[in-house]
Design a protein around this ligand. Structure first.
Ligand SMILES: C[S@@+](CC[C@H](N)C(=O)[O-])C[C@H]1O[C@@H](n2cnc3c(N)ncnc32)[C@H](O)[C@@H]1O
Length: 382
């Protein structure tokens, strides 16, 4: 099958690296998605193990359509009887960019009509009404420059929904973004389990929890369900084998060195709760603390944080002051690497140091900078 993995802007390289680790070498990235081929076992493994892709789609067809008739014919030509059942709950999802068919909702309606017609012609001739009481199938119709791509979403809920984060606290990071940021940092517990990781603005705990899951090799999708599991066309063994592989891979006795703190006692208690649900509570040391007092006895650590943004005008000067003071704190750890995700304009000026590298990213549609500061490496790595 042709598979597509949508990835957030700026996350392509981190996701490609994860794919390579999973054994998917040929996976070119284009227009915010990665393409690869695979069978049901590959689909199950991708859903269970991928840390920063958004979902796993099967590409069913690609064709040109400038009119609704062409769209209808192209969708009708797909062998829907192979993928769907008579009672499938069909949800349409779509987008259109630089194309003649601009009305996305109408295009979805036409595509759904073609699907139902095909099912009624091929599975039970003449049947017009469908109860849609069965398993959910999300069909994507995305049109780019008049080229239609029709997909079937094997994940269902986005892959960021790991299942551990049930409580909200102040602008949490999407889990897939957090995992991508960690993967593009120097935090590499495979090589050095003892290397310290810290998030002194941990909020609901996403970054330290994702770091701990990476260190302990806990598969992000091991404890949730995916839409394809309920489909008759997918062999049941695929997901059970992937879950078994995930269970066998966990490093149960490993002891990573992960620190998480926040000035808010409520945030820390929520983060602890989430860590317990993710099975990493013993791997993360939580503390209620002001980031401006952050210090660590261990050297060569990795700090990744998204501090408060100060989006409201009244907060901006407080955040600028906080970043200035936090920048001073960070300079007392010259061998640490810091990675800061923020939408604060002129961040480097307040932090007091020009970043060694910076990337543009989006956090919940908000344009942000990801500022990377590299500490003095140990002698043997210099
Ligand atoms: C944008 S949120 C972090 C969200 C987090 N990454 C998550 O996924 O939930 C910023 C956090 O910084 C915390 N904070 C604000 N000022 C702080 C300070 N001086 N020291 C430590 N934490 C602070 C807030 O309580 C808030 O939880």
């Amino acid at each position: 099958m042709q598979l597509l993995i949508p990835v957030a802007f700026g996350q392509e390289q981190a996701t490609k690296r994860q794919l390579q680790t999973l054994g998917f070498e040929k996976a070119p990235a284009e227009n915010g998605r990665i393409e690869l081929t695979g069978d049901w076992q590959a689909i199950a493994r991708l859903n269970v193990f991928l840390r920063s892709g958004e979902r796993v789609l099967i590409r069913l067809a690609r064709f040109r359509a400038e009119t609704f008739d062409e769209l209808y014919d192209g969708v009708y030509a797909i062998e829907w009887e192979r993928w769907l059942a008579l009672d499938s709950k069909i949800l349409m999802d779509g987008k259109s960019v630089q194309s003649k068919l601009v009305a996305v909702k109408a295009a979805g309606g036409v595509a759904k009509k073609a699907i139902i017609r095909r099912l009624s012609d091929k599975i039970r001739s003449g049947r017009k009404t469908f109860t849609e009481t069965g398993a959910r199938s999300i069909i994507g119709v995305s049109i780019f420059k008049d080229e239609v791509t029709v997909t079937l979403d094997t994940s269902g809920d986005g892959l960021h929904k790991r299942g551990y984060r049930s409580l909200a606290y102040s602008a949490p990071l999407k889990e897939t973004l957090a995992a991508g940021l960690i993967d593009s940092s120097f935090y590499n517990p495979d090589r050095d389990m003892e290397k310290p990781f810290a998030d002194p603005f941990c909020g609901s705990g996403t970054l330290p929890i994702e770091a701990a899951m990476k260190a302990l090799k806990i598969a992000p999708g091991a404890n949730r369900a995916f839409d394809f599991e309920a489909w008759a066309c997918a062999p049941k063994t695929a997901i059970s084998l992937a879950r078994e592989e995930a269970r066998d891979g966990v490093l149960r006795t490993a002891k990573p060195c992960i620190f998480a703190s926040d000035i808010s006692p409520e945030a820390v208690s929520i983060a602890k709760y989430h860590a317990k649900r993710a099975g990493v509570d013993k791997a993360v040391r939580f503390q209620i603390a002001d980031a401006r007092a952050f210090t660590c006895a261990q050297k060569y650590g990795v700090l990744i944080s998204n501090p408060p943004y100060g989006e409201r005008l009244s907060d901006t000067s407080a955040v600028q002051k906080l970043m200035r003071e936090f920048g001073q704190t960070f300079r007392s750890l010259p061998d640490w690497n810091a990675y800061i995700l923020t939408s604060l304009p002129d961040f480097e000026r307040y932090f007091g140091k020009r970043a060694d590298k910076k990337k543009k990213l989006f956090n919940a549609n908000l344009p942000c900078g990801f500022y990377e500061y590299f500490g003095k490496p140990p002698k043997d790595e210099r």
